[in-house]
Design a protein around this ligand. Structure first.
Ligand code: CA
Ligand code: CA
Length: 323
C-alpha cells in the first residue's frame, strides 16, 4: 500500500518541483534581460543575482543571533531546521528514540530529541557532551558497595571509548510514569566532571558535581507527550555560562535512552552504534565508539554561501548561452 502511494505521488511531486524551477529560471531570465537592456556589465549583474539568491536561500544560521530571553520559544519554533541524526535502532522497551536536533550560538546550546514512543514507559533520557579537553574516562571504580565496574555519571552501565572522547557534562532527564498524572519529567540534572583522577577505591559520584537544571539561570526545557502519555519531544536550552565555558568551536554529543535503575544499560542511542548490544540489563558495560561531532554554525553558513556562489556562476553562464 505504501509503495502505491509513493508511486502515485512521485510524478506529482516532480511536476510541482519542475514548475517552481521554471518559475525561478524565468524570473532570473527577466532580470538578466532587463539588466542587459540598461547596459549593466556582467560583474554587476552577477553580484545582483548572487544577492537575490542569498535572499531566497534557506536562512543561514548567524552565530550569536539568539540572545533573546525567550530562547526556549525560539528553539521550539525552529528546532526542526537543525536536524543532525536519526536512530536506526528500534527499541520495544523503555522507549524508542527517533531524531536528534542540535544548534548553538555565542550564548546558548540547544538540543532536542523526538521519539517513536508508543507506550508510557519509565526511563532516562541522557545527553553526554565532550566539549573541552579532559573529561570522564572509564577507569573502573566502585559504586554503592557494588563490585567495581564502569558506570557513567548516573550509575548506568554505559561509557564512551576513552581513547577517543572524554565526557565533561552529562545531562539527565528522568521520565516518570509512577507518581504523576499525566506522567512527567521528575528529575532534570546536569552533571559536571570535576577533573579528579579516579581511584579504584572511590565512587563515581565523587567525580561529578550534580545540579538540578532549574537552579541554573537561563537553562530551560520543555516536552510534549503523546495521547497515551509517552514522551514525544524534548527541547533543552542551556547557556554556555551555565557550563562555565565560552562557545566552543565544536563539540561532540551522544543521546542515549537508558533503563531507569542503577546498572541499567542503553536501549537506544543517537547516533546508533553498531558495536553496542542494546539491552536494559547488559552483561557488561556498553562502550559507545561514536559521538556526533557538531561543527560551529558559521561553517554551515560558509557552505551555503559557497554553494550559492557556484549556483550563481552556473545560472549566469546558462543564461548567456540561451539568449
Ligand atoms: Ca530508535
Ligand atoms: Ca572532554
Amino acid at each position: 500500500m505504501a509503495t502505491q502511494v509513493r508511486l502515485r505521488n512521485k510524478p506529482v511531486t516532480l511536476r510541482i518541483t519542475r514548475k517552481y524551477i521554471d518559475i525561478f529560471i524565468n524570473i532570473f531570465k527577466y532580470i538578466y534581460i532587463t539588466c542587459r537592456e540598461i547596459h549593466l556589465n556582467r560583474h554587476v549583474l552577477s553580484i545582483i543575482i548572487l544577492l537575490l539568491m542569498l535572499a531566497i536561500s534557506p536562512s543561514i544560521p548567524v552565530v550569536g543571533a539568539q540572545t533573546q530571553s525567550d530562547a526556549l520559544t525560539w528553539w521550539k519554533n525552529n528546532y526542526q531546521n537543525y536536524y543532525v541524526a536519526s536512530s536506526t535502532q528500534i527499541s520495544l522497551t523503555v522507549g524508542d528514540l527517533d531524531k536528534l536536533y542540535v544548534y548553538f550560538d555565542n550564548y546558548y546550546l540547544y538540543f532536542a530529541i523526538t521519539t517513536n514512543n508508543t507506550l508510557d514507559q519509565e526511563g532516562d533520557y541522557q545527553f553526554l557532551l565532550d566539549i573541552v579537553p579532559g573529561g570522564y574516562n572509564d577507569t573502573v571504580v566502585s559504586y554503592g558497595g557494588l563490585t567495581p565496574v564502569v558506570r557513567d555519571a548516573f550509575c548506568k552501565a554505559i561509557t564512551v571509548n576513552s581513547t577517543k572522547y572524554g565526557v565533561d557534562y552529562e545531562i539527565y532527564f528522568h521520565w516518570n510514569t509512577h507518581s504523576a498524572t499525566p506522567p512527567d519529567i521528575s528529575s532534570a540534572t546536569i552533571a559536571v566532571w570535576l577533573n579528579k583522577t579516579p581511584s579504584s577505591l572511590s565512587q563515581y559520584s565523587e567525580y561529578w558535581n550534580y545540579t538540578d537544571i532549574t537552579q541554573y539561570k537561563g537553562t530551560y526545557y520543555d516536552y510534549e507527550i503523546t495521547t497515551l502519555g509517552a514522551l514525544k519531544t524534548l527541547w533543552v536550552v542551556i547557556p554556555w555560562s551555565t557550563l562555565n565555558i565560552s562557545r566552543p568551536p565544536m563539540f561532540y554529543i551522544l543521546a542515549v535512552l537508558v533503563g531507569p535503575d542503577a546498572g541499567n544499560g542503553a536501549v537506544d542511542s543517537i547516533p546508533t552504534d553498531p558495536n553496542v548490544m542494546y539491552l536494559v540489563t547488559p552483561i557488561d558495560t556498553q562502550v559507545f565508539n561514536i559521538m556526533l561531532p557538531i561543527p560551529e554554525p558559521f561553517a554551515v553558513g560558509v557552505t551555503v554561501a559557497v554553494i550559492t556562489g557556484i549556483s550563481t556562476a552556473f545560472i549566469v553562464k546558462r543564461m548567456e548561452k540561451s539568449l
